[in-house]
Write a protein that binds this ligand. Structure first.
Ligand SMILES: Cc1ncc(COP(=O)(O)O)c(C=O)c1O
Length: 397
């Protein structure tokens, strides 16, 4: 390890750290969104986002329809956070006659269910936070033929669990039910395969695994999605959307544009982070996230901590660890930030004060994680815990 690493240790599961290249990208001088210069940015963004989504490659050249590939999937950039992109999918695809099945095991899945309730009927199956879905139950529910789609949060950032998407995909395929994923903290950090999973739509947020800026997101949609959306629009030409009209966005994306003035400088910043993603390589990035997460999990287990998520499906982009002593856990977290410039995030809703979460996404490197874990151990000792002496670095080799 680089024992000289003395900077900030940033393990927030989004927004992740922006590199100097991304900061420079954000500082691009003003340009108009109808200029060839900006169209070149959009084309590159489309082409590189296809790598994040593990879709067939296209080009990054202007005027070549970089957004749509041989696999039939199209990507669209959304000026808004991940929630806006998810709403774009749900609002354009569903209406009051649709029934969407939403199994959840954390806050962001619950948000998918809430969002769907605004546009469609929802069957919400609530599993305990951090516990796997019962796939037999999901299979049985879908076998009734009463559901028009299954929507999930793929990587549940609130509880540190990744859903078994390949198995869920087999079930949705068996029943001919469209599969929709909030991939906001999986795309770019974990293997996500929309085409293999026959997913109709997947969403990503800029500030998570792709280490881009916050306030920008993207969707990948299949031909089936587009067809179903078009049919719906014929029967209901005035759905409750305007800004997030995906039909308009797809049309403009084909010309390397957006319908409205986009977040121009977030686009230039995101392109810079996607260049870094492509320099590293998708498989290499997935492998680094997995190596970091495995090290964090094994280290904290050996230190005597308990992990929150079920052991079979622990996420490689965020690990939820139970505080040994909830009464001072959040105080420890604040101390780590203030005194050791080491940043992790706490729990949400009913697990607030009970867990802390360590992000292993974006550009976090091994040396930073080794140093950060050493500091966290020091912090726990400062709060009076007796912890074994472990060779932290060996967990990340
Ligand atoms: C899995 C997941 N879905 C959705 C969101 C919401 O995304 P945003 O805050 O970008 O709207 C988050 C944010 O942390 C998330 O982790």
């Amino acid at each position: 390890m680089d024992s000289k690493w003395g900077g900030s240790c940033w393990f927030i599961p989004g927004p992740t750290r922006l590199t100097d290249a991304v900061l420079a990208g954000l500082a691009h001088p003003t340009m108009t969104h109808r200029s060839p210069e900006f169209k070149a940015v959009m084309a590159e963004l489309h082409g590189r986002l296809r790598h994040s989504f593990a879709l067939t490659p296209t080009t990054t050249e202007i005027g070549q329809q970089a957004q749509e590939g041989e696999d039939g999937y199209s990507v669209v950039v959304v000026s808004g956070s991940g929630t806006a992109a998810m709403e774009m999918i749900i609002a354009n695809r569903f209406g009051p006659d649709d029934n969407v099945l939403v199994p959840t095991n954390g806050k962001f899945g619950e948000r998918v269910a809430q969002m769907c309730q605004h546009f469609a009927n929802v069957t919400h199956i609530k599993y305990a936070w951090g516990q796997p879905f019962d796939l037999t139950e999901i299979d049985q529910i879908l076998s009734t033929g009463k559901h028009d789609a299954l929507a999930i949060c793929h990587n549940e950032t609130s509880s540190g669990i990744t859903q078994n998407a390949p198995e869920i995909a087999k079930i949705t395929e068996k029943h001919g039910v469209p599969f929709i994923l909030d991939g906001i903290t999986s795309v770019g950090g974990l293997p996500v395969h929309p085409a293999e999973w026959n997913a109709e739509a997947v969403v990503v947020g800029g500030q998570k695994c792709t280490a881009g800026p916050s306030g920008i997101a993207a969707v990948a949609v299949s031909e089936n999605f587009v067809e179903a959306m078009m049919e719906r629009r014929e029967t209901n030409p005035n759905p409750p959307i305007y800004y997030l009209d995906l039909i308009q966005a797809l049309k403009k994306a084909a010309d390397d544009q957006t319908p409205w003035t986009p977040s121009i400088n977030l686009c230039t910043g995101w392109v810079a982070s996607l260049r870094e993603q492509d320099e590293e390589g998708m498989e290499e990035r997935w492998a680094r996230c997995a190596r970091l997460a495995k090290g964090v999990r094994n280290l904290f287990i050996d230190l005597g901590f308990e992990l929150f998520a079920h052991e079979d499906q622990r996420s490689d982009t965020v690990t939820a660890v139970l505080y040994p002593e909830p009464s001072w856990g959040e105080e420890w977290r604040r101390w780590m930030a203030m005194e050791r410039d080491t940043h992790v995030i706490g729990g949400q809703d009913h697990v607030k004060g009970r867990i802390f979460r360590v992000g292993t996404m974006g550009v976090t490197h091994i040396e930073e994680m080794v140093e950060g874990c050493r500091r966290m151990i020091e912090g726990f000792r400062h709060f009076g815990m007796e912890l074994p002496d472990l060779d932290v670095e060996s967990y990340f080799r």
